[in-house]
Write a protein that binds this ligand. Sequence first.
Ligand code: ZN
Length: 156
Amino acid sequence: MICKNCQKEIKDNVKFCPFCGYEQKIKKSLFSGRINRRNYFIGYIILTLILFIPWTVIVFVSTIFGIDYQNSVTTGIILLIMYVTYSIYSLSFSIKRVHDLGHSGWILLVGIIPIVNLILLIIMVFERGSETRNKYGNKPLSKIDMKEIFGFNPKI
Ligand SMILES: [Zn+2]
């Protein structure tokens, strides 16, 4: 097989590339792995756009048919689903971003302290990840990677 990082031919079933040390075939999930600054940012943009669509449809359709969507149970349920989805992915992006900086996801708990949470956010947005492999995984590839962002590869 070919190393995903340095493109050199390596033996099948090796865990690490003997040339560059890149770990092969890592399972990517919601709360494991690393995400670089760019994919962190892009993740939020895609997430916001995707969640904005159902809301736009509700308002648009309701306005056409004269439905009171603000007091509707359906609207409440959809908003709840949107909120939960956003929260889970927001946590996912944040954990992977602090992993990229070499910290455990638990460090996010300091985010409940005012001012400290702002400093943490600034660090997560601006600080470059570890230059090499750390205990949370490989240095993320520089390309935009949907699997890295969402934990699976959505067919867009
Ligand atoms: Zn390699």
